[in-house]
Unconditional design. Structure first.
Length: 249
């Protein structure tokens, strides 16, 4: 029987007893109705997971850490998805599914044609929400590290923030491009420390100015198949296909 898994953003060490947060304790007691002495897995995003025994303490919960399991389910190399902000709950879906397919980092891009525009407290709350979605998805899919979600930024700023590395392949998704996925990744399979970055436009696509910025920054323009994918489908399809192409599944 698979034990429940929970993200716990505190220091975890075998043989110690830790007090779980009020929110997590409430979820365990009131929603899942876990009994005293129940066994669970805890992880804090720093790698591996801990088998723990729960101890009820009034409305709170203590967790005694029994053993550490050095288990990782990450892709062999890094993949970043720079996603043009999508409307409605599409960004929730993207954050959840990117976590499931192994994406290392999600960088929301405030693109020219993005319907969703965020500022101030609303922006901060939305980023926190997406990060929480990623944590929940990690609990479900078995990852012991959590995909990082950065605050939205302009495409030019994101491109400038990328570390200069000969083994970073930035791929600009364009249905009219000459290159396909195989040619875009042809050299990357030989790089021991590859970092693949997919630039995926919002519902309205990228502007010509944004395309020019990406190409000037060294991005490779690439098409993916004969059909145009919805923005919330593109990242999952691309990362899955790239992982298969690189032998990372």
């Amino acid at each position: 029987m698979n034990l429940p898994r929970f993200f716990c953003e505190i220091d975890l060490q075998t043989g110690t007893t830790v007090e779980l947060s009020t929110e997590l304790a409430h979820y365990m007691l009131r929603v899942l109705r876990l009994k005293d002495q129940s066994k669970v897995w805890l992880f804090n995003g720093q790698g591996g997971q801990f088998l723990a025994s729960l101890q009820h303490q009034g409305k709170g919960v203590l967790a005694h850490l029994l053993e550490f399991q050095d288990l990782e389910r990450e892709l062999p190399q890094r993949i970043t998805v720079a996603q043009g902000l999508a409307s409605g709950d599409k960004m929730d879906w993207i954050a959840e599914k990117c976590t499931e397919v192994g994406v290392t980092a999600l960088a929301p891009i405030a693109a020219r044609y993005s319907v969703l525009q965020l500022q101030g407290d609303r922006l901060q709350k939305r980023v926190q929400h997406w990060q929480k979605v990623a944590r929940s998805a990690s609990e479900q899919c078995g990852r012991n590290r959590v995909m990082h979600v950065s605050p939205p930024q302009q495409l030019a700023a994101f491109l400038q923030s990328l570390p200069s590395s000969a083994h970073t392949r930035v791929i600009f998704c364009d249905p009219d491009a000459e290159h396909d996925l195989d040619s875009a990744l042809a050299e990357v399979s030989d790089w021991p420390d590859a970092h693949i970055v997919f630039l995926i436009g919002p519902e309205g696509g990228w502007s010509e100015e944004e395309k020019a910025q990406a190409i000037a920054a060294g991005a490779l323009s690439m098409r993916f198949g004969a059909r145009i994918l919805r923005t919330e489908t593109a990242a999952i399809a691309l990362v899955s296909a790239a992982s298969a192409r690189m032998g990372w599944l």
